[in-house]
Design a protein around this ligand. Sequence first.
Ligand code: WT7
Length: 652
Amino acid sequence: MPNDHSIDIESVLQEERKFPPSAEFSRRAHIKSMAEYEALYRRAAEDPEGFWKECASELFWFKPFSKVLDWNFPWVKWFVGGELNASYNCIDRHLAGPRRNKAAIIWEGEPGDSRVLTYQMLAGEVARCANGLRSLGVKAGDLVTIYLPMVPEAVIAMLACARIGATHSVVFGGFSADALRDRINDAEAKVCITADGGWRRGQIVELKRSTDEALKQTPSIQKCVVLKRCGNRVEMRPGRDLWWDELMGPQKTVCDPVSVDSEHPLYTLYTSGTTGKPKGVVHSTAGYLLHTLMTMKWVFDIKDEDVFWCTADIGWVTGHSYTVYGPLAAGATAVIYEGAPNAPENDRFWQIIEKYRVNIFYTAPTAIRTFIKWGEEWVKKHDLSSLRLLGSVGEPINPEAWMWYHKVIGREKCPIVDTWWQTETGGILISPIPGATPTKPGSATRPLPGIAAEVVTREGSAVAPNQGGFLVIKRPWPGMLRTIFHDPDRYKHQYFEQIPGVYTTGDGARCDDDGYFWIMGRVDDVINVSGHRLGTMEVESALVSHPAVAEAAAVGRPDELKGQALMCFVTLEGRRKGDDRLREELRNHVAREIGAFAKPDTIRFTDALPKTRSGKIMRRLLRQIAAGDQTLGDTTTLEDLSVLSRLREDEE
Ligand code: WT7
């Protein structure tokens, strides 16, 4: 990771405003004051194992653990010897009391249809799905790929896997056939669960069609289960494809949960790294579940009467942790919305909040910036008075967006929790505690209890307040990833060998005089477009796979709406000349290879890329050119200086 540009970390953001929670909010909150937070933090720092042991009593164990932590750097085991089942913790545990008939999921389809599943109803559906999967031969240790739209069946399928000890691998429905194929093959999944389609802005996203394309080259897949959502025509391959309804319909509505080890892999989820190949991040059962549950209380201050809405797709970790496992383990009510925020009109989110009286709303800065652009009038049409807490995740939230969120959505009454975390961390690590922490717009504030976050130099020594450095976590925490699927060396190398003795996040940050963390973005060759982490290498590999392309470099350019826009520098094969048609073709090619969300915003043709003498593309320079920066800093390692002036001349 630390490469030629990581020393550029420099912080310019100055933000003096501070917003303490209202006395009213604090009085009712789980954690009521900074003193209470500090005490909890100190307790966890002084006796981490005692602290997490106490927390772990919030889970339901089939067999108690004998040891809290086994830390054999960088390999970790939490709650050693314990046994449990995640679906039992998310469902059955709530059936014995008043939560039995409480809404677990309130689902809103894009066309306006809706469905409510109580915990009891969810129990029945999950059992049927679990039995259905079992009838296909799925058993503990098998992998199941889930490629579904945002429908209740996505949650049902995840929990059904957990129930029988199978490991799920959810692939975001926006990914292309090729991306799906690669993820299925890496996971060696046995079964794929998909749908005919999903609704997006009034159009049908044809998931089964992409699945068919992907399954042409996935030798491990034995069966494909197809949910009927949109009613579009699909091809069903005899012997391989089964309709969800026909498979699950006749199954029993009870299914004994399999008791699995604490460390049993609950799921793998693919995320971008610095090399072309997506990494299958592996999460455990006990530690992961505990982390999501504790953060529901600490960060979202969840109460039984709350309606909680996290807008992230279930295909991303945010959906896993804060639509499925966290809320359900906490016995909460989670809203799920299938479609786009502007379907049919720009006020769909506000309409949903009003309709279900949502209390806690969790979304991404890129969405907030889009709402700002659409204008306050869409918000004003709706009664948002049910909201009591707002959350943000995915990228740094710029202070303007923070203030708008605070004023227009929060009516200056709701605390905002700016939650910093990653696919790898499993759950939130740095965030305000809403009833305690005075917030500063743009800062994720302080680490949660049990989280030893620090900003350090490349050598690992702490930097002074207000100095930029690498954000690292110095002690293991229960929700952390356990490995990279099939690639333990990459786990070790990428997260534990960059800076000695600690978990390296790949983010730059600084700490201010109050100990508040200000995240400055990625220091590796990974960019964040609309809250989606994209490996520049993945985009580059996709471009180079086009016959016209010789070489490509992808970089991020600051963008008002998306946070970063994707800009690609491309050199062409032979004497081929770039034109608008080829530009469009290449953009579509990347969309086809990875997914529409990865479509480059700009493609610039050039006859050469700036390289070091050893042949490494100098992305730092390209980034600066992309940002329109005229002073490029140190160019002494550049092999051919004339490349730069030529690149600049080419500017559109
Ligand atoms: C990267 C992780 C974790 C859920 C969604 C993304 C950036 C995430 C924040 C925040 C500043 C943030 C970081 C991080 N990020 N949340 N509140 N403030 N940056 O998961 O795809 O694994 O990406 O997103 O750069 O490393 P992910």
